[in-house]
Write a protein that binds this ligand. Structure first.
Ligand code: ADP
Length: 260
């Protein structure tokens, strides 16, 4: 073996190693940026309700306590802010479990019609309060049974249906439709609500992404609902698509494995 060959071989190895190191550093930098952004977002989300609560309590301590009507009103507002923080913290727990791969999916056969009806029943009050009609359509060929993690799919349906109500228009309708395509069940949740501009559509599944921040916060969400939905569908190796027309409405469709 010639010494030049050995040298060339060594040089090749060093180059490969340095390239590998470079990509590892880039990956770490990306993760670090992600982590910083995430912490920034979380503290920002929690800051609003905490400052609100502080404001309500200060008003009460500042003499508001003597006034019965102020009393009740400010305590109710405090409760609302606390509920918001609970939603955020619960969703953070869910997303951290999903992202760390801690969540082990159950693969079970269940009746999708029953599950949708359960979610609809749970959201009936909210829909009524927002002036939204809930409509469930099952095509003749719609599959009855699917194979997935029932609890997680409940969460997917719930998040999509809650959104369709929150971002719906008064006297609007949320429609849930189950269809069949090859060996898949397709489930669509559509509304005739405010819609999403096409520029914003590609970012809709990002954590904390919101089209209208103040409107969304007033509605009481965490900004994590759709990120959770996407994670759960990905973990099932299924797909989810969104289409929307600004001012007219939005539709989310996801797939599940059919079961006999
Ligand atoms: P949020 O807690 O803000 O609702 P999500 O992750 O569930 O968080 O949704 C992210 C954003 O996507 C919302 O803030 C809203 O701007 C938009 N969005 C979600 N669903 C709909 C819908 N059905 N119609 C219109 N906009 C929607």
């Amino acid at each position: 073996v010639k010494s030049t060959d050995i040298l060339a071989e060594a040089e090749k190895e060093v180059r490969a190693w340095s390239e590998q190191r470079g990509s590892l550093v880039a990956q770490l930098k990306k993760q670090e940026k992600f982590r910083k952004e995430f912490i920034g977002n979380v503290s920002h989300e929690l800051k609003t309700p905490i400052f609100n609560i502080q404001g309500y309590i200060l008003t009460l301590l500042d003499g508001g306590l003597e006034d019965k009507s102020i009393n009740r009103n400010y305590l109710e507002r405090t409760e609302k802010s606390i509920n918001r923080m609970i939603t955020i913290v619960k969703d953070l727990e869910v997303i951290s479990k999903l992202e760390s791969g801690e969540l082990k999916l159950m693969h079970e056969r269940f009746n999708i019609t029953d599950l949708i009806n359960e979610v609809l029943e749970m959201q009936e009050m909210r829909a009524h309060k927002n002036g939204i009609k809930l409509n469930f359509i099952q095509r003749v060929d719609a599959p009855k049974f699917v194979y997935a993690d029932k609890k997680e799919i409940f969460q997917v349906l719930n998040n999509l249906i809650v959104n369709s109500i929150k971002y719906g228009k008064d006297k609007g309708t949320t429609t849930i439709e189950v269809m069949s395509m090859d060996n898949k069940a397709l489930i669509e949740v559509r509304d005739n609500g405010i819609g999403i501009e096409s520029d914003n559509l590609p970012r809709i599944f990002e954590r904390f992404f919101r089209v209208d921040k103040s409107r969304a916060r007033n509605m009481g969400g965490s900004g994590l609902g759709l990120a959770i939905v996407k994670h759960i569908i990905d973990a099932h190796n299924q797909s989810i698509n969104v289409s929307s027309t600004y001012g007219e409405g939005t539709s989310f469709t996801f797939s599940l494995d059919k079961s006999k």
